[in-house]
Each structure stands twice: as C-alpha cells, then as structure tokens.
Design a protein around this ligand. Sequence first.
Ligand code: SAM
Length: 267
Amino acid sequence: MDSNESNKDDLDQFDASVLGTKKYWDEFYDQEIDNYEDSKDPGEIWFGDMVESSVVKWMEKTFRERIEEPLIDIGCGNGHLLFELYESGFRNLIGTDYSECAINLAKKISVDQVSNPDDINFVASDVLDPACSDFLCSFLEKKQSPVFKESIKCHKYSFVLDKGTFDAISLKPKGEESLTNSSDLEERKKDIDYEARSKYAQTIHALLNSEKGVFVITSCNWTENELVDIFLPWFEKIGIIGHKTFTFGGVTGQVVSTVVFRPVNKC
Ligand SMILES: C[S@@+](CC[C@H](N)C(=O)[O-])C[C@H]1O[C@@H](n2cnc3c(N)ncnc32)[C@H](O)[C@@H]1O
C-alpha cells in the first residue's frame, strides 16, 4: 500500500473538479492570451498579491547568496511569480506548465518585461508524466549559460516552487481524457485520481538537487500538517512562510499555507 493509500480517508475531503483537468486550463489561458493582447493585463495572481509577495520576500531574504542557482516554478501559469523573483534579483529561472497556452502567455509577457531573455525560460511539460523530471533536467543542462554551467555540476534544480498547482492536481478526476462534459464529471466526482499525488511528489523529488534542494509549496486546499503528511515519504519540512490568518468562532485558521521542504534521500 503506498503512503497516499494509507492516508486516503484523511485526505479524501474533495470532489474531483474541472480545475483538475487540462481542458479547463487550456481554455482559461487561451482566453487570458486574448485579454493580454487587448489590455496588457497579465491576468490572475493565484492567492493574490500579498501571498505571492511573502513568498518572494522570503526567498530573497533566505537565499540572497544563491540567486543564480536554478529555480523552477511548476504549473507556472502566466509566469507572474517568476517575474517577481526576477525583479528581486533571481536570474536562473524556468517556468513549466502542461498547458501550451499558459506557456505562450508567459512567453509573451516575458518579451515585454525581461531585458535578457536568457534569465527566464518557459517550457511545456506535464509534471505527472514519468519522463518529466529527465526532460526538465536536460532542458536545464541545454539552457544554462556558460557562467552558470561552471558553477553547477549536476543538472538538478536548487529550488522548486509551486503555487496552486498541487491544489489543482489534487482535484484531478480519474480518466480525465474520457470526460466529455460537465455532467460526466458530476457523476464521477468521487473518482479522484489519487495516484496523481504520488506521481507529482516523485517528479519534484527527482528534479531537486539532493544536497541543497528546496521545495516551496503554497496551497489553499491543504493545511501545513496535511502537506507534511502527504509529502512525508519524499520530503521533510524545514520551515513555513507565514500568511495572514483569520479567526472565526474562536478558531484561528490559515487560509493559505506555504511549507518549505527538503528532499529526503530515499535511495
Ligand atoms: C491554480 S493554477 C496556478 C498557476 C500559477 N502557479 C499561479 O500561481 O498563478 C494551476 C496551474 O497548474 C497547471 N497544471 C495543472 N496540472 C498540471 C500538470 N500535471 N503539469 C503541469 N502543470 C499543471 C495549470 O495549467 C495551471 O496553470
């Protein structure tokens, strides 16, 4: 039984949703490209400005000496988080998303916002594909400018960031390809693709430098403790990034959680 199976009852609180389907995201970003072309509005900042800014400020403060090490944003969408990291000095940035439309949007915004195009690269990939980590590590090797190549011996990432992507993957319906309309999803909403969660964790683990890699995940579906449980076999918690909390009925809860992990050496 894998670890996700054993925790399934605790972690079985969601229904499958369109937010867990590629069709939804392709249509969403297709529309966002039109919006960007009309108005130059880069679009949605998932979880808002304040959450994103806390993550960026924490990265800047904690890793000021490591801004040239490779960083990848998984499910980067319009790339907004990467553009903010770029503004604060990070220079070896890669964004990936399984939606080609998201990647096209991020590339368009990049042309308008980034003076040296080598500083941020965008590439399409599906984090649930078993070949994804090899693909993204060889992408890193090919893309490294000579200055980075000398300082980086292994072609693994020092930083993997996720804001909202694992949340979407947690809502992925089983057999997503066979869904033709929303009533299909309504009928199968209890049929979540639980395996997607462990596939995700395996890819993130394989992308990271085992010695000094850091995984920073921001979620609104999962609490800090739930994230620690989900990622336990692959990662151990080394910190959190605090966001605003709210109190209701005497209970204080965190709306959004950001947990910082380091990979555990499994093999
Ligand atoms: C909630 S949005 C967050 C977008 C972005 N991280 C942000 O903060 O604005 C989820 C993103 O995950 C991407 N995504 C979902 N499943 C994915 C997968 N299997 N591989 C890569 N990207 C995925 C979607 O296309 C979408 O861009």
